[in-house]
Design a protein around this ligand. Structure first.
Ligand SMILES: Nc1ncnc2c1ncn2[C@@H]1O[C@H](COP(=O)(O)OP(=O)(O)OP(=O)(O)O)[C@@H](O)[C@H]1O
Length: 368
């Protein structure tokens, strides 16, 4: 018996014989995991989700659910349910009838249909609107009905395609929290597609970052944030300082990188890389201290760094965005906490040192 709920093995999708939408997608998902797919528009998130649902034919590769091969098995015979961004509710049916519909299609007895529908209406607190039609529901209520309809069929895997995309920002935040709590309660594996990196990071136990049909990285959120494995991920997730250079030496997993600003040493490298390889040193903004030249950094271990000139400071609430010009062509924007910044004599036009602990940065290989 496999320990995985879902396995994707070299999954590939080609549309019309020429558009490669997804390539070499490998993933193993444990029971009850919450996996987020994130990436720019057109990177293949929805196509992958639809292949798992059986709504899109798989060009090659394998799809296994609990160890059984479902690659060529049609959607209605898969133990999955899908929730779409537009909810896809039947407008002429009431909330209760919408939920019952999927259960009747699956041939459940009328007693079971009633029992499951009552239970899910109760769980998602839809009792007050059970007799209403879609037109009378708010965005949040429609979202909850779609979720109820998906969960009522008791799928092994729930697939969610931008399910919160149509909600306003405040409602989105509160439904995110509800969804996460609900997922833990029901213990079902969730695969959740989103454009929004903050949503992917706050919801997922692990996050799959996709780019141009390929997986860039699969990691828990904190690791993705602090240890991006490619320049693409470093740009897409969080706010990182990226310095291009050449790997000049590697001792153990610690690198010396020669950059046009001088040598940067001590950051770990996570992939095999030969001397001379084109690399990028990535320092998460949060770990970069800004201080006036001559003044020591607060953190005595923040020994690596660069010097530049502040060109703009934009305070937003408790954070300050500092734009720093490092040379004629490279300007970086760093996010720093106000209390770590104020009282340091830093103002637009002033020279500034950027310092970080070497081990907090990463060296990533540039795409070949
Ligand atoms: N039915 C289709 N026929 C042909 N090409 C398609 C089809 N569906 C998607 N594609 C192409 O496949 C690629 C991946 O699309 P997909 O919708 O999976 O991306 P996505 O990451 O979900 O994007 P978005 O966030 O905009 O929904 C894109 O190049 C898209 O144009």
């Amino acid at each position: 018996m496999t320990q995985f709920d879902l396995e994707l093995v070299k999954l590939r999708k080609v549309y019309g014989g020429e558009t490669v939408a997804v390539e070499d997608f490998d993933l193993q998902v444990s029971k009850g995991e919450f996996i987020s797919f994130v990436g720019p528009s057109g990177c293949g998130k929805t196509t992958t989700l639809r292949m798992i649902a059986g709504l899109e034919e798989i060009t090659s590769g394998d799809l296994l659910i609990r160890g059984r091969n479902f690659t060529r098995i049609p959607a209605e015979k898969r133990p999955t349910a899908t929730i779409f961004q537009n909810y896809a509710l039947f407008p002429h049916l009431t909330v209760r009838e919408n939920i019952e519909f999927g259960l009747k299609v699956r041939g459940l007895s009328s007693g079971d249909v009633k029992r499951r529908t009552d239970a899910i209406i109760d769980k998602l607190e839809l009792g007050d609107v059970a007799g209403s039609r879609e037109g009378a529901l708010s965005g949040g209520q429609k979202q909850r009905v779609a979720l109820a309809r998906g969960l009522a069929v008791e799928p092994e895997i729930l697939l969610l395609d931008e399910p919160l995309g149509a909600l306003d920002a405040n409602l989105r935040k509160s439904i995110q929290e509800e969804l996460k709590i609900l997922q833990r309660e029901v213990g079902i594996t969730f695969i959740f597609v989103t454009h929004a990196q903050s949503e992917a990071l706050s919801m997922g136990d692990r996050v799959v970052v996709m780019n141009a049909g390929k997986v860039e990285q699969i990691s828990p959120p904190f690791e993705l944030y602090t240890r991006p494995r490619s320049p693409f991920v470093a740009r897409f997730i969080g706010r990182n300082l990226l310095i291009p250079g050449d790997l000049s030496q590697c001792t153990g997993d610690r690198a010396v990188v020669s950059t046009r600003f001088g040598s940067l040493a001590g950051a770990p490298v996570f992939s095999a890389a030969a001397s001379g390889a084109k690399v990028t040193v990535v320092a998460p903004s949060e770990y970069v201290e800004l201080h006036a030249p001559g003044a020591p950094p607060h953190d005595a271990e923040a020994t690596e760094g660069l010097t530049g000139r502040i060109t703009a400071l934009d305070p937003v609430g408790h954070v300050i965005f500092a734009t720093v010009q490092l040379d004629e062509t490279l300007s970086v924007r760093l996010e720093t906490h106000r209390e770590r910044f104020e009282g340091r004599g830093l103002a637009p036009g002033a020279p500034v040192n950027l310092r970080w602990r070497p081990a907090r940065a990463s060296v990533v290989l540039d795409a070949a």
